[in-house]
Each structure stands twice: as C-alpha cells, then as structure tokens.
Design a protein around this ligand. Sequence first.
Ligand SMILES: [Cu+2]
Length: 257
Amino acid sequence: MRTTKKHLAPLAIAAIVGLPFAAAAPASAQDEGTELSADLSQLNDSGVSGTAWGMLEGNMLEIKVEADGLLADSPHAQHIHIGGENTCPDPNMEGTGFEGAIRVTDAAGSYGGVMVSLTNEPGETTPEAALDVANFPTGPTVDYERTIELPEDVAASIKAGDGVVVLHGVDHDGSGAYDGDIESDLDPSLPSEATDPAACGAFDVAQMSMPEEGVATGGGSTQGTENAGVLALGAVALGAGAFGVAANRRRNTNAGR
Ligand SMILES: [Cu+2]
C-alpha cells in the first residue's frame, strides 16, 4: 500500500521535536479513526484530476472531494465503489464505449459497483441514488463535502482499504454536452458520456489511533508534558494539512446533524 508524506508527517514531526507522542496524547485520542486519502487520476483522457479525503469514525464518514477539469455546466455523478479488485482500472484499457472509451461496467472488475452515492443534500447516499443527477456537483470543478452515515458493512470495507472514488461524465467528442449515439450502460436513457468514468482514485487508509505508550521513544526533549501534548496535536493538524483544518471546521458546523 502506498504511504504518502501526509500520513507520515505527524509521527515524523513528533520524532523531530523529540516528543513522547503516545504519553502526551489525551485519552480520547486512543479512539481510532481511519483517515482516507486518494489522488484522483483521469480516465478516458478526461483531463480531470483531484483529490478525495475522508475521516471514518465508526459508521460516520466525513468526506471531501476536490477536482477540476470536468465538463462545465453538466452534472457529475460521483460514488464510492467497492468490489472487484478494489482498484482503478488501467487508464489505457480498451472499453466498449466511444472509440474504445471505458464505460462504467467495463471497469467493474477493477472497482466493483456503487456502494455510496456522493450526492449533495438532500440527495440520498445509497447505491440507488447513483444517477441522482439533480444532486450531484456540476462541473467544471468539484468542491464537495458531506458527512454520511454508512451501512456497517460498507464502513468496514472502506476501513479495510477497499473504497474507490469514481467521478463520472466525459465529453468524448468535445461537443460541450453529454450526447452521442452510445447509450449509458447504467441507464439507456442517458448518453454514455453522462456516466463514463472521468477520474478514479483508490483510498489509502491510515489508522489514526495513537501508538501504545512506550513504543514511540522521545529524543531527549526538555519540554513539559503539557507543552508536548499541544505540540503533538499541532503536528497532527499539520499532517492533515488544509483538509484537516477544513475537517475541524465542518465537524463543528455539522454537530448535531
Ligand atoms: Cu461511480
């Protein structure tokens, strides 16, 4: 599994400043959360790129998707897929769509089926809402965030690293709209362009639980324990980066939802 700098940063910073990382953490930090991150890479030469970030605590998933390069003024279905090999397809794979374009089901062996529909409120987040176009973000950019209660089995699969984020909608012929003769393999009333995958990223998973006391060794810090704790939490925030800051803000605004 790929480990990004983002994941390493908190421990790395703790090591640099010589903190007894575990000892300084408050008791509540022992509760594990699962941080998810994915780089979204283009499929079907869409030119789309982006990132997805998530924090899974129990069955509650806080998720954020940012992307650009999508067809403007058109809705873009976005989902968490689970199944198959729990990966993104080879972007060069030959599909059944426009001039060999990858259609949704062409890649099902890679990323499985839709398990979570990443709609805006009030859209449902169930698989049945996979084509709820009225509640999906509209291109050319996506700046999405929502907190979703997941079914238990879906949460478990995502926690195990099986979640793949897929954004859909590709203007293959450059007409500026979803059109063409090829029907969508999800809904024949739609052109295939409306549902063909535009970007994909498999979630990397990082457990946020603190190491057991004594595992992380301090490096001769003269800091008091209280200060060390503040610094350690600061390092966690730095590690999460801009998304972490946004996440904290969302957690407050979403309280009680
Ligand atoms: Cu999808």
